[in-house]
Design a protein around this ligand. Structure first.
Ligand code: XMP
Length: 326
């Protein structure tokens, strides 16, 4: 029988058997998956676990603080935060191709993570401990969509699956590899992961980097971050968080359109709202959300984010559209 308790019992036993007395490292993205994976591993091997959060500067407003405060406070997990914003911006300069962005983000992520690992390993070595395991919050749909499933086509390189170097001398611990998102949430709740984290909507590893259509710059990230914060605030205020699977907010940075504000002509960027309903992200439909909420979001974004003069709604299902734009 599938119950969260059974999954936890099975996984805790499997993790214990796999890891033994070694130390283990987990990349914490701030999302549900890595948080629940970390909580499972912590349940199994306690403080043999160290978590690392790579701050790539592609997070939404307030997210790093949420990891620092909510997750650590509730679990007491050991956490290292790496501020690598400049490094990612530099590596991504001039790049607009979606797959190239994903590969660069994945590659830099692994490099930073390996640096952090090295430090953890050195520190552990002083205490005579081994570190050879890496936790990944890979879900079943990630496995399938990255071409890991039987006969699956490679649709997008999800960076937590495709980007791992071949020479990695770590064994992967992937306790969520057979689970869908709603199952991960159930397991997280059972483990006592706080509701603010468990009920978080999915957010892609490459973050806002794949929600800027065009080159990624610090200014564009800031524009998107402000628009996204407004949309999230209004969706929450309208009580739609549970109805909507996730609502990517996308900046069409390479597109500009003419508008008018006050008595002046504007030439600004469009923001796309992509609210979707889904069971497992494999398929999705656009959410028929109330017009007045859309209207409030549109008015606020165009008033409060000077560079944006148009807000549009994506009414495409998946397939043929993917949830993210890149
Ligand atoms: P798509 O755009 O493929 O997205 O329909 C399906 C789900 O996956 C999320 N997503 C990602 N998650 N790393 C992740 O951890 C990624 O590289 C990635 N790309 C997309 C997306 O937000 C949606 O929930």
């Amino acid at each position: 029988d599938w119950t969260p308790d059974n999954v936890i019992a099975d996984q805790v036993a499997a993790i214990k058997a796999q890891i033994g007395s070694s130390r283990v490292i987990c990349a914490l993205s701030g999302g549900v998956d890595s948080a629940v994976a970390a909580a499972l591993v912590q349940r199994a091997v306690g403080d043999q676990l160290t978590c690392v959060h790579v701050d790539h500067g592609l997070m939404r407003a307030g997210e790093v603080e949420q990891i620092e405060n909510d997750f650590v406070a509730s679990t007491g997990v050991k956490l290292i935060i790496r501020d690598e914003k400049e490094r990612f911006l530099t590596a991504l300069a001039g790049v607009s191709d979606p797959e190239t962005k994903r590969k660069i983000i994945g590659r830099e992520f692994i490099r930073v993570f390996e640096d952090a690992q090295r430090e953890i390993i050195e520190e552990a070595g002083e205490h005579g401990e081994e570190v050879k395991f890496l936790v990944q919050g890979t879900l079943y749909p990630d496995v399938v969509e990255s071409g890991g499933g039987e006969g699956a086509a490679n649709i997008k390189s999800h960076h937590n699956v495709g980007g791992l170097p071949d020479d990695l001398d770590f064994s992967l611990v992937e306790p969520l590899r057979t689970l869908f998102k709603d199952e991960v949430r159930a397991v997280g709740r059972e483990l006592g992961v706080p509701e603010e984290i468990v009920s978080r909507q999915p957010f892609p590893g490459p973050g806002l980097g794949i929600r800027i259509v065009g080159e990624i710059t610090a200014e564009r990230l800031e524009i998107l971050r402000r628009a996204d914060a407004i949309a999230r605030e209004e969706l929450t205020k309208a009580g739609l968080d549970h109805e909507i699977w996730q609502c990517p907010v996308v900046l069409l940075a390479d597109v500009r359109s003419v508008g008018v504000q006050g008595d002046g002509r504007t030439y600004g960027h469009p923001i796309v709202l992509r609210p979707v309903s889904s069971e497992d992200a494999m398929t999705a439909d656009w959410t028929r959300m109330p017009y007045d909420v859309l209207s409030t979001i549109s008015t606020r974004i165009t008033n409060e984010v000077r560079e944006v003069n148009r807000v549009v709604l994506d009414v495409t299902s998946k397939p043929p559209g993917t949830i993210e734009w890149e």
